[in-house]
Write a protein that binds this ligand. Structure first.
Ligand SMILES: *[C@@H]1O[C@H](CO)[C@@H](O)[C@H](O)[C@H]1NC(C)=O
Ligand SMILES: *[C@@H]1O[C@H](CO)[C@@H](O)[C@H](O)[C@H]1NC(C)=O
Ligand SMILES: *[C@@H]1O[C@H](CO)[C@@H](O)[C@H](O)[C@H]1NC(C)=O
Ligand SMILES: *[C@@H]1O[C@H](CO)[C@@H](O)[C@H](O)[C@H]1NC(C)=O
Ligand SMILES: *[C@@H]1O[C@H](CO)[C@@H](O)[C@H](O)[C@H]1NC(C)=O
Length: 584
């Protein structure tokens, strides 16, 4: 009980601080920031990269009218990638570089690391998270409401089922859908992609447009399990060109994700917020084409997939759109890393990046706004001391060492439909006039025209951008592995990572060796704490909940009592302030 009082109080304390921010005139400049984070979406499963099976006209429209970020690097799986996004730091700094957090694992982003929503909140933003968390929830202090979010509707674990929101791990299974820090019982039976979209629209409809909004929609889509919407009536006909049943399911899931983007952009338009918005769409990592959590997504012709440091795992599909961008309708081939979003978004929001202290991400706003080249020419892909894989990029060179699962995921995984014996039936996507027409008719294009009065990118430009954003290379059947000797690839000229040029370019290899060594010295080793059976949902009404009351940095009893007393004195004052300012 005492714990929950403390929680509520501290939320109010933050609101109080925020209310000062509102008087500082940031509102005129700070844009609404909308982030769509897709899960395990394949490089080759979006129209703007040339997919001819699954139409994604809304995401494509964002890219064609904004910027296609074609060398946007992420971590190879969910927990590390989300950690990097939230903290602006390489996950090796926090021991978060390895496998995803599993049910009952007492692990998370350390509480002494401030994260993106906390920084944005300090600038006066209203901060909302919908969807996946997956960066730790073993104590209440690790959950979204205590990490800078004003509201949360979503799940804590790596995934849930699409209709009844269950997560299972080993012999434990339970419900995982929460609103705030309480279980959101009674919301099942709605397809989860729609549940999240409806929530986002509701937030936008009730949002006071003069206050900057940070809205992150971390969709479950298109993570396994393969569950497509039940109400697909017209989808059914739409995807008849895909005969492989699992691929077709996946296509419907991607399509509903695209629909979410369209509906949310439309809602921003109706509310008059679109002209002040910045919209980022990105995937946390590449598709899981085979093996663990297989979703039938495709990163082809890129090599490898989720879990690997090959391009298929870490070169993530991403686009950025905003009326505030000076140079749009372009493909950006500058190097970007998922850690760059913290400083970039903080800077766009009016913050001074020096407030962020020592981080790995760099402010890319000047590059994105078209005035400077990328602020980075190198990046660390990851160092995982447990799986013994590591990699880094310098300019067009990429150094890799090690493989997981004995190289099982190191190949090229063409989508299964194309591997079927029958001829590949042509889909509408190969018909260019039809394709560009669906993009022009998408909710995103229509909203740009209707609410901004701006002309949208025309078909000839779309086709050109699509061509530029499509990777053309020829995979090799007898590919070389990097599990015995290290590999150096020229990813500009050999994006399929077929030729190991480590010997020809020994000087570059040595540079990258040194770069990796430097970071190697800064690796915080992963702590693999075994699963804590106290987390068993059976103990908490079959629901996954934080199961420990104290974690690192927690106050001990006497200190906590003192603190809660002070907080409660604050409440009175704050409630008055809050009412006066018209918040909550
Ligand atoms: C689940 O499995 C673990 C280890 O195998 C065991 O200790 C625990 O008691 C099991 N829990 C239940 C509820 O069966
Ligand atoms: C983008 O660049 C243009 C031209 O240099 C500038 O006028 C505009 O303010 C910049 N936008 C932002 C949000 O910084
Ligand atoms: C390296 O990968 C190949 C397959 O890609 C596998 O056959 C071999 O066993 C692996 N070697 C080691 C040492 O993991
Ligand atoms: C336990 O969970 C069920 C749904 O499974 C819900 O209806 C019920 O209200 C919950 N009970 C408590 C005490 O929260
Ligand atoms: C608990 O509080 C006491 C007294 O303030 C302090 O000496 C002790 O280090 C604290 N323990 C922890 C684990 O923080």
């Amino acid at each position: 009980m005492m714990c929950s009082t403390t929680i509520r109080c501290s939320t109010l304390v933050l609101c109080f601080i925020v209310s000062f921010g509102t008087t500082m005139g940031l509102y005129e400049t700070a844009p609404h920031i909308i982030v769509f984070m897709a899960d395990d979406l394949g490089w080759d499963d979006v129209g703007f990269h040339g997919s001819d099976q699954i139409p994604t006209p809304n995401i494509d429209a964002l890219g064609y009218n904004g910027i296609i970020l074609n060398r946007h690097y992420v971590l190879p799986s969910s927990t590390p990638s989300r950690t990097a996004f939230f903290t602006g730091q390489y996950p090796i700094r926090m021991g978060m570089q390895g496998e995803g957090i599993q049910g009952g694992e007492p692990r998370g982003i350390p509480l002494n690391v401030r994260i993106l929503p906390e920084y944005l909140r300090s600038l006066g933003y209203m901060t909302k998270l919908i969807g996946k968390w997956h960066v730790g929830y073993y104590t209440p202090q690790h959950t979204p409401l205590h990490r800078g979010f004003d509201s949360f509707l979503g799940f804590y674990n790596s995934h849930v089922t699409y209709y009844d929101y269950k997560y299972s791990f080993q012999n434990m299974s339970g419900y995982d859908m929460h609103r705030g820090d309480a279980p959101a019982y009674g919301s099942t039976d709605k397809y989860v992609t729609d549940l999240f979209t409806d929530e986002a629209i509701r937030i936008i409809q009730y949002h006071e447009p003069s206050r900057p909004l940070y809205l992150q929609i971390s969709h479950l889509a298109v993570h396994a399990p393969l569950e497509s919407p039940h109400d697909y009536g017209h989808y059914d006909r739409q995807f008849m060109h895909i005969r492989e049943i699992n691929r077709r399911k996946y296509a419907r899931m991607v399509s509903r994700l695209d629909n979410s983007v369209g509906r949310i952009v439309q809602a921003l338009g109706s509310r008059g917020m679109l002209k002040d918005s910045l919209i980022l769409f990105l995937t946390d990592n590449g598709a899981a084409s085979i093996g663990k959590f297989r979703n039938y997504g495709s990163n082809y012709p890129l090599r490898g997939m989720k879990y690997t440091l090959y391009e298929g795992g870490v070169r993530g599909a991403a686009v950025l759109w905003s009326p505030r961008l000076r140079k749009t309708a372009r493909v950006c081939d500058d190097l970007m890393h998922v850690t760059d979003w913290l400083p970039t978004l903080y800077s766009i929001a009016g913050g001074d990046v020096r407030d962020l202290g020592e981080i790995d991400g760099v402010d890319q706003w000047c590059m994105l706004n078209g005035s400077l080249p990328s602020a980075r020419d190198r990046l660390l892909l990851n160092i995982d001391e447990i799986s013994k894989t590591e990699g880094a990029i310098y300019k067009q060179f990429k150094l890799l060492r090690g493989s997981i699962e004995g190289g099982y995921y190191d190949g090229y995984y063409r989508d299964i439909e194309r591997l079927m014996p029958h001829d590949h039936k042509k889909s509408i996507q190969e018909d260019m006039p039809l394709y560009t027409d669906t993009v022009l008719k998408s909710a995103v294009s229509q909203s740009i025209t209707r609410h901004l009065g701006d002309p949208v990118t025309q078909p000839s430009t779309m086709i050109q951008l699509r061509r530029e954003a499509t990777v053309n290379c020829r995979p090799r059947d007898n590919f070389i592995t990097c599990n015995v000797t290290e590999c150096l690839f020229d990813i500009n000229n050999d994006p399929c990572e077929t030729k190991n040029i480590a010997e020809q370019y020994s000087r570059i290899s040595r540079e990258l060796d040194k770069f990796l060594e430097h970071y190697g010295r800064n690796v915080k080793r992963q702590i693999k704490i075994s699963v804590d059976w106290l987390a068993d949902p059976r103990r908490t009404n079959n629901t996954w909940e934080p199961w420990l009351i104290s974690g690192e940095n927690m106050l001990n009893n006497s200190a906590a009592q003192l603190a809660s007393l002070t907080y409660c004195v604050h409440i009175g004052i704050i409630l008055v302030t809050v009412t006066c300012n018209g918040f909550i």
